[in-house]
Ligand binder design. Structure first.
Ligand code: PLP
Length: 403
């Protein structure tokens, strides 16, 4: 019999390594599950998951029923890999209204969520060893997505208010840089990037194109673009750089994350656009997505101006932000998405998260987002969960004499 040392690996070393790296996150979730089993789920205040509990808007259900009663013939068949022409045209018209740019159906590829769209874009653009700049804190899947397509991430920290720092990005450019991923409104901070910062990032990319003589792409990950508060406008990245691709979805604004529906939009003035779009369509096919879910494509094309109740989220943002700052926690006020990213009151964010677990409050350490010393709260939860969590936060704040 072979011992464990000599046994050939059953799975890829790279995947095993990735899973081991993330194992402390898994342990945290296991601890959460243990607490729920011990005290009952309603006695554990889980702010760790970005999985919205809001149901999709009424308009979605009505349409779903209409389509179920009168499906158009052939709607469940294979289709062009880019998606139904009618859906792509509706998305293009929406983008035209939003940006004033002449989008057409040819600029849009329907995808399996924003995650699918990002993988499609990266597969279309990256050669082995190409670098993708990501900004910390970052959505933890980005390094894996880049690696899926032979890319390597270069991590650039944001500034003290979590805005991108164009100068630091400029310094991170190399002859191998191929793309930069932006995400605004942002997970995990909730920050919306300002128009001057987005413009400055575009200028840095053009500087890099001139310096290294190769195209640099801005990939903007925007699944939270409609979840903004205080009348804030999300500046259009399309105004910043012509080689721009927007990856987005209906996961958050229509509360449909399980349905895997989103799209990739390529700037109408992107140089070599048809080659870029064709590469994305090819990538959508060969990644095995084939095409985005047909039924969802039929529904979302009539729901582009519909969202869940944004006020539901804003109420929670206001409540948590006010309560936590009053207790002495330091938080950058978020203007979008459904996250807060407070500073950990003790330097070790993992120890702090464990301290909160003793109060039956579950959050995610900033280390998971490449930014230790912070923690993430996801407030897409019932009011009772926030109420219970705030009691725990208050007890810890008192114990640490934050005020
Ligand atoms: N990008 C960010 C920043 C996210 O927070 C998420 C999901 O939480 C995604 C992408 C993936 O979204 P989707 O469900 O559309 O694939």
């Amino acid at each position: 019999m072979q011992g464990p040392e000599t046994r050939p690996l059953a799975i890829a070393q790279k995947v095993r390594h990735a899973m081991e790296q993330g194992s402390w996150i898994r342990r945290m979730f296991e601890e959460g599950a243990r607490l729920k089993a011990r005290y009952g789920p309603d006695k554990v205040f889980d702010l760790s998951l970005g999985n919205p509990i809001l149901e999709p808007p009424e308009a979605f259900r009505r349409l779903l029923q209409e389509v179920a009663h009168a499906p158009s013939p052939g709607m469940h068949r294979y289709m062009p890999n880019a998606g139904f022409l009618e859906t792509r045209a509706a998305v293009a018209a929406y983008l035209q209204r939003q940006t004033g740019l002449p989008f057409t159906a040819e600029d849009v590829v329907m995808t399996c969520g924003a995650g699918g769209a990002l993988n499609v874009a990266l597969k279309a653009l990256l050669d082995p060893g190409d670098e993708v700049i990501i900004l910390s804190p970052f959505f933890p899947e980005y390094p894996f997505y880049a690696d899926n397509h032979g890319g390597v991430v270069r991590i650039v920290p944001t500034d003290a208010t979590f805005q991108p720092d164009p100068e630091r990005i400029r310094q991170a450019l190399t002859p191998n840089t191929r793309a930069l991923i932006l995400n605004s409104p942002h997970n995990p901070t909730g920050v919306v990037y300002t128009a001057p910062v987005v413009r400055a990032v575009g200028e840095v990319l053009r500087y890099g194109e001139a310096r290294f003589g190769r195209p640099l792409y801005l990939i903007s990950d925007e699944p939270y673009s409609k979840l903004v508060y205080d009348g804030v406008q999300v500046p259009s990245v399309f105004a910043a750089h012509p080689r721009t691709l927007v990856a987005t979805s209906f996961s958050k604004d229509l509360s449909l994350p399980g349905e895997r529906i989103g799209y990739l939009a390529v700037h109408p003035h992107c140089p070599d656009k048809s080659e870029v779009v064709d590469a994305c369509i090819f990538a959508n096919r060969v990644l095995g997505f084939v095409n985005a879910p047909a039924l969802m494509q039929v529904l979302v094309r009539s729901l582009l101006d519909v969202t869940v109740d944004i006020g539901w989220y804003q109420k929670r943002r206001d409540w948590l932000y006010t309560a936590l700052t009053e207790m002495g926690y330091q938080v950058v006020k978020p203007q979008g998405a459904f996250y807060l990213f407070p500073r950990s009151p003790i330097p070790d964010d993992i120890a702090f998260v464990q301290r909160l677990q003793e109060e039956r409050v579950l959050v995610v350490p900033g280390s998971g987002f490449g930014t230790p010393g912070h923690f993430r709260i996801a407030y897409c939860v019932e009011e009772g969960v926030i109420e219970g969590a705030l009691e725990g936060f208050r007890r810890v704040a008192r114990a640490l004499a934050l005020r």
